[in-house]
Design a protein around this ligand. Sequence first.
Ligand code: ADP
Length: 312
Amino acid sequence: MKRISLFSPGTIANISCGFDVLGVALDEVGDIMHIEETVEPGWRISAITGADLPLAVEKNTAGVAGLSLLNAYKSKVGTHPGFHLVIEKKIKAGSGIGSSAASASGAVWGLNELLGRPFTPLELVGFAMEGEKLASGVAHADNVAPGLFGGFTLVRSYAPLDIVALPCPNDLYAVVLHPQIEIKTQDARSILKTQLSLKQATTQWGNLGGLIAGLYTDDYGLISRSLVDVVVEPIRSLLIPGFDELKKTMLDSGALGAGISGSGPSVFALAKGSDQAHLIAQAIDVNYRKWGIDFEVHCAKINTQGIKILNE
Ligand code: ADP
């Protein structure tokens, strides 16, 4: 029976100026998943470690995403073999570092490998988005796309789905502080204003263009100047205890920029080089203790490969 073990990365969505369109994949932070072909037909989740999440396929993002791929495969080929899935959750759900997306992307990527790659990466994004719809009510792609493609991705359009894989400077790292409080994506979305001023819009798309140009030209100064969000951060940051001071500590410790990871509560910084990233991690580790909230700090290189196979 065929089987695969894989690492599916955590991701930072939005990245300050790219609300709902930009995302980036992380190294080391992510889910480990094992998918195995079974004699009995069907698709089931047999175990989840590290988190209390439903095993029922229709209630789990990995289950829903996998089912959507297997249904499409069945329409193509007429039938499909059976599979079962084991998930080792390494990222907490509701963290804002793409926990739901890591499971959804890993499931569809692994199934596609075991079936002999019948689907394109873009089609995999579409299946994984079904998992995101379960998690947050919206079939968004800004976490699943970087997970599946690696590096930075831009969702240029949803209809039709158009994903652009962006280049990434070699020495770029991310530091993420995850306060152990829960902010539901749906709640973080409901507080946003639905209208922008022209001034906000021009500032935001100037920065988005600048960030993308900086990624193409390895211009860390331009990346740094462009990591500004005048639309979402001023509102969402109110939900994160100590956000302003945390961001200041990150910038004072040499971060290129800092902001809210996805819909929060995690806060991220980008840094040039591993040493700088570790300095930022140390500074926030000391500084955030005063809030009396449990937290964890991740320090990771940008993952340009996306999902990785752990066995042959
Ligand atoms: P995150 O940004 O960390 O993915 P979301 O709020 O978008 O957070 O999604 C978390 C929600 O998805 C939770 O309600 C969780 O119960 C649900 N969920 C279902 N399956 C999974 C899974 N395999 N991994 C993580 N979350 C899952």
